[in-house]
Design a protein around this ligand. Structure first.
Ligand SMILES: Cc1cc2nc3c(=O)[nH]c(=O)nc-3n(C[C@H](O)[C@H](O)[C@H](O)COP(=O)(O)OP(=O)(O)OC[C@H]3O[C@@H](n4cnc5c(N)ncnc54)[C@H](O)[C@@H]3O)c2cc1C
Length: 431
């Protein structure tokens, strides 16, 4: 008999959700986390779309450590000396089931893991899983951690981006540089009222999500972000690994320093106290880079399975991880109850994912990674084009100005009208 019915590797969004469902179903479950506490090593931009959490823990609004509800969306095209911002606010974003909140992973992940514990899961922290127990026919039968073997009928692999264990369990190839990005983030503490004013929010419970494209990654694939928390602002850069390797002098840390000093960005964090600096990988390969999700005795969920989407105007991974983790936990519990934890017995997990938003979204945007990787004009030319048009419209120097056409046409011609149409068509199709 195995030590546990199930062992879950990683107490991030996916792992704690899986452990929560397994424990609720009455299975004995061990949740193993390498950090000294859940969330210790985790990072996000970040904003959580809460529909997934609502399905897992319907009364989360009363209990989860949420920072601010996002009521303003901002996107800025950033040239080196200018920024063009779209600011969007809508009542629809506030409606239950459609709202999103900013979160900080240390408190959020500790809370989610504590929910799994309260449901009956056993959590151990500070122990990295070193290996999987795999028999000669490829069946996964537990983990090796801290030099000990711990056996389990089902192993749920939720160890996040660049998962070594997923590749051991189902033979997935390690992600290519073109499928990965690196994120760096800093958190600046500020008084709640100051943040509310800077976010143009109505109260200290509301805030903004702000994405930047262009000069923040020195014209290469990637972007900047700023999210308002209750009493801090998270600000950072995500840059494609391949673009970074081939993209010249700037390091991602230098990009962040320059980004924070940009005149459009600096006022947001002015006077703030730096309290946190972190870095993390983002799996951006999308649907076509996903591994097998089910093996004999094993399931893979969240970033470990590349369930993450970066569309430039939106970054998502936490809601996918929570729902995939939930489905993995439920499928594992059903398979355990039926006494069949083979790949076939666990395959309901894949079926549920296919009929859910997780795989539907990732499949619908399967062209996005390749399109964005080759969309250099978005990261370099277009922010400058928009700056030139806006300068033509709004800068008045007392000399005679021509009609709008004189500001717009030269700027558009600098990138080529044909390229504009081609890019618009590509963006509409893939993003
Ligand atoms: C810069 C950045 C910005 C982002 N912004 C957003 C955003 O705004 N909104 C959004 O929805 N998503 C965002 N994401 C993506 C999102 O953070 C991830 O998709 C999500 O955290 C995935 O959850 P997970 O549980 O799969 O993995 P993780 O949260 O990474 O959890 C994996 C866990 O496994 C543990 N672990 C790893 N290896 C082992 C081991 N060997 N043994 C034991 N434990 C192990 C880790 O310590 C960790 O706790 C962002 C990501 C980054 C990096």
């Amino acid at each position: 008999m195995a030590d546990f019915d199930a062992v879950v590797i990683g107490a991030g969004c996916a792992g704690s959700a899986a452990a929560y469902e397994l424990a609720r179903a009455g299975q004995s479950v061990l949740l193993v986390e390498r950090g000294n506490f859940a969330g210790a090593k985790n990072m996000t931009g970040g904003r959580l779309y809460t529909h997934a959490l609502e399905r897992l823990i319907p009364d989360f609004r009363d209990r989860a450590p949420l920072e601010r509800r996002v009521t303003h969306e901002r996107i800025t095209l950033l040239a080196d000396d200018a920024g063009f911002t779209i600011d969007f606010a809508s009542q629809e974003m506030k409606e239950q089931g459609q709202e999103s909140y900013t979160v900080l992973r240390a408190p959020f992940d500790q809370w989610l893991a504590s929910e799994a514990e309260a449901a009956g899961a056993e959590l151990i922290c500070g122990i990295p899983v070193e290996d999987l127990i795999i028999d000669s026919s490829g069946v996964v039968g537990g983990i090796v951690a801290g030099g000990d073997e711990i056996t389990a009928d089902v192993t749920v692999i939720c160890d996040g981006a660049n998962s070594l264990l997923a590749s051991k369990a189902v033979g997935a190839r390690m992600p290519l540089p073109v499928h990965m990005a690196v994120g760096v983030k800093q958190v600046y503490e500020l008084p709640a009222d100051v943040i509310t004013n800077r976010a143009m929010a109505q109260s200290n419970s509301d805030g903004s999500a702000w994405l930047f494209v262009g000069d923040c990654t020195k014209g290469h694939f990637g972007g900047g972000f700023a999210y308002t928390n209750a009493e801090s602002i998270s600000i950072g850069i995500v840059a494609g690994l391949e673009a970074l390797a081939n993209g010249g002098e700037a390091t991602v840390c230098q990009m962040l320093e320059d980004f924070k000093a940009h005149p459009c960005v600096a006022p947001l964090i002015a006077g703030g106290k730096l309290v946190e600096h972190s870095g993390h990988m983002v799996p951006e390969g999308g649907f076509d880079a996903m591994p097998e999700l089910v093996g004999d005795g094993a399931l893979i969920a969240g970033d470990a399975a590349m369930m993450c989407l970066n569309l430039g105007y939106m970054v998502r991974g936490m809601d996918y991880a929570i729902s995939a983790g939930q489905m993995a936990g439920l499928a594992a519990a059903e398979a355990l109850a039926a006494g069949d934890v083979s790949k076939k017995g666990l395959s309901r997990y894949r079926d549920w994912l296919e009929s859910s938003f997780v795989l539907k979204d990732l499949e619908a945007h399967r062209g996005a990674p390749e399109f964005l990787e080759g969309f250099d004009r978005m990261f370099d030319d277009y922010p400058k084009v928009v700056r030139d048009i806006m300068n033509g419209m709004f800068v008045v120097d007392g000399l005679s100005g021509g009609p709008l056409r004189d500001a717009v046409m030269p700027a558009l011609k600098s990138v080529g009208i044909f390229n504009l149409f081609k890019d618009a068509k590509g963006a509409l199709k893939n993003l």
